[in-house]
Design a protein around this ligand. Structure first.
Ligand code: SF4
Ligand code: SF4
Length: 409
C-alpha cells in the first residue's frame, strides 16, 4: 500500500508529493483506457492534454517528473517557457487520477494542482486570461464581469422563494455560469420548473449567492478560494441551510469535496446533492411521471466533475431510460473512462483552440454511435460541446437532461 498523505488536500505542497513523484511508474495508464474497455484505437486515449500535444511532458507522468526536478533543484520554474502551458492545458478531468490511483495508488491530478498553486504563490501564474477571471471574482463575486444585482434575473418568471426569508427544504445553488449566460439559463429554469411540478421545496440565495470558488482552485489560486469558501459557509449558516442542490457539475464537486479539504475550515453541517440524484429518486418513486413519448436516440456525456470526481454515473442514465420512446446508446469512453468536454480548469478561457479540439473529438465520438442527440448536465459541458456543433454545422442535437425530462412531462 502506497503511504497516504496525512494532510488535507489544500494543506499539501509540492514536498508532500516527493515520494509519489519519485515513485512514478512510467506505466502510461494515465493516458489510456483500460484494455478491457477499449473498443477502437481511435477512442482508446483518455488524457486530452497528451492527446493534443503528443508530448510526454504534458501528461500526468510528465508533471510528476517536473515536480521531482523542482524538488531536487534540477531546474527552476522560471527556466521553462513551456511550464505554464504544460500546467494550464490540463482540464483537471481526473482521468489520470482515476487510473493511477487504482493501479499505483498515486494522485497525479492533486499533485498537478499543487504544482499550479506553487506557481501562483511564486507569482509566475496563472495565465493572463485567468487573471481577468480572478479580478472579476474579487470585484463582482462571479468570474464573468457581471453586476451582482443581475444574478437573480433568470428567476423573474419563476416565483421562487428567497431562502433568506422563507425556510425551504433545499437551497438551490444556481452557479454563476448558468445564472448569467442567457444561453445556459434554460438548465436552471428547467430544474426549478421540474422541482415545482414535483412539489420539492426549494429556495435560492438570489444576489446573496457568490461564486463557489471552482475557477480559483482549479487554476491554483488557493487564497481566493479559501476566502470564497469561508464566505459561502458563513452565508449558508446565516440562512440556516441544511441541504443544497446543485445543477452545475463544477459547483457540485467544489461544494461537496473541495470545501472540506480547506485548512481550518469552519464545520460543515449541510449536505450537498446533485440535481440528477434528487430527480432519479423522484422518477423512481413515481412523483415525476413521464406521460409523453420522446422518440429519440440519445447518448450520455458524463461531465467529469459529477462523473469521475463524484461517482454519479447511473442516476442520469436511469432517468433517461425511464423516458418513454427514448433509446440510450453509449459512446466508447464512458463513466470513469469518459472523455472530457475540454472546458475545465480554465482551459476554454486560456486555450480555446485546444479546448475546441477536445470537444470536437467528443462530438465525433457521439456521432459514431448513430445517436440523434447528446444529453448532459453541466453548463461547462454544454457550452464547450456546443462550439464544434455550431462551427462545424453538425446535425446532432445537444440537450440538458432537464430539457428531455420536460419534453416527457
Ligand atoms: S502518473 Fe501514474 S499512471 Fe501515469 S505513468 Fe505515472 S504512475 Fe503510471
Ligand atoms: S487531469 Fe485529465 S487532462 Fe489533466 S493530465 Fe490528467 S488526464 Fe490529462
Amino acid at each position: 500500500m502506497y503511504p497516504k498523505i496525512d494532510k488535507k488536500v489544500y494543506e499539501r505542497n509540492l514536498e508532500d508529493y516527493r515520494e509519489m513523484a519519485w515513485g512514478d511508474a512510467r506505466c502510461n495508464w494515465c493516458m489510456n483506457q483500460w484494455g478491457w474497455n477499449v473498443k477502437s484505437s481511435k477512442y482508446s486515449e483518455i488524457c486530452p492534454e497528451f492527446r493534443y500535444t503528443r508530448n510526454f511532458g504534458y501528461s500526468a507522468m510528465g508533471k510528476f517528473h517536473i515536480i521531482r526536478a523542482l524538488l531536487e533543484g534540477d531546474f527552476d520554474a522560471t527556466d521553462s517557457e513551456e511550464l505554464l502551458k504544460i500546467c494550464y492545458t490540463c482540464t483537471s478531468c481526473g482521468a489520470c487520477e482515476m487510473n493511477c490511483l487504482r493501479l499505483n495508488e498515486k494522485e497525479p491530478l492533486k499533485a498537478a494542482e499543487a504544482l499550479k498553486a506553487y506557481l501562483v504563490e511564486k507569482g509566475l501564474a496563472p495565465m493572463p486570461a485567468h487573471k481577468e477571471l480572478l479580478k472579476s471574482i474579487k470585484n463582482y463575486d462571479n468570474p464573468w464581469l457581471q453586476p451582482r444585482n443581475k444574478r437573480r434575473d433568470w428567476t423573474k418568471d419563476l416565483d421562487l422563494p428567497d431562502f433568506n426569508k422563507e425556510k425551504c427544504e433545499y437551497l438551490f445553488f444556481a452557479g454563476c455560469t448558468p445564472a448569467f449566460d442567457p444561453l445556459l439559463q434554460h438548465e436552471i429554469i428547467n430544474t426549478v420548473k421540474i422541482f415545482k411540478k414535483a412539489g420539492v421545496s426549494i429556495g435560492i440565495l438570489g444576489d446573496k449567492e457568490i461564486c463557489c470558488g471552482s475557477p480559483a482552485i482549479r487554476i491554483g489560486d488557493r487564497a481566493t478560494f479559501f476566502d470564497l469558501v469561508k464566505r459561502n459557509i458563513e452565508t449558508f449558516k446565516q440562512a440556516g441551510v441544511k441541504k443544497i442542490i446543485t445543477h452545475c457539475a463544477g459547483c457540485h464537486h467544489t461544494l461537496k469535496y473541495d470545501f472540506p479539504e480547506v485548512p481550518d475550515m469552519p464545520a460543515i453541517d449541510y449536505e450537498v446533492v446533485h440535481v440528477t440524484q434528487v430527480l432519479e429518486k423522484l422518477v423512481a418513486d413515481g412523483t415525476i411521471k413521464f406521460t409523453k413519448k420522446v422518440p429519440m436516440t440519445v447518448t450520455w456525456h458524463d461531465p467529469c466533475h459529477i462523473g469521475r470526481h463524484c461517482g454519479i454515473y447511473e442516476e442520469p442514465r436511469n432517468i433517461l431510460k425511464a423516458i418513454p420512446g427514448l433509446r440510450l446508446i453509449e459512446m466508447e469512453r464512458i463513466k470513469d473512462q469518459g472523455w472530457c468536454c475540454g472546458a475545465g480548469a480554465g482551459v476554454r478561457t486560456a486555450f480555446p483552440e485546444h479546448s475546441f479540439r477536445i470537444a470536437e473529438e467528443r462530438i465525433e465520438e457521439a456521432k459514431a454511435t448513430g445517436a440523434e442527440a447528446i444529453a448532459t448536465c453541466c453548463p461547462y459541458c454544454e457550452q464547450s460541446l456546443s462550439d464544434p456543433i455550431k462551427r462545424n454545422h453538425e446535425k446532432i442535437k445537444l440537450y440538458d437532461l432537464t430539457d428531455l425530462m420536460l419534453m416527457a412531462m
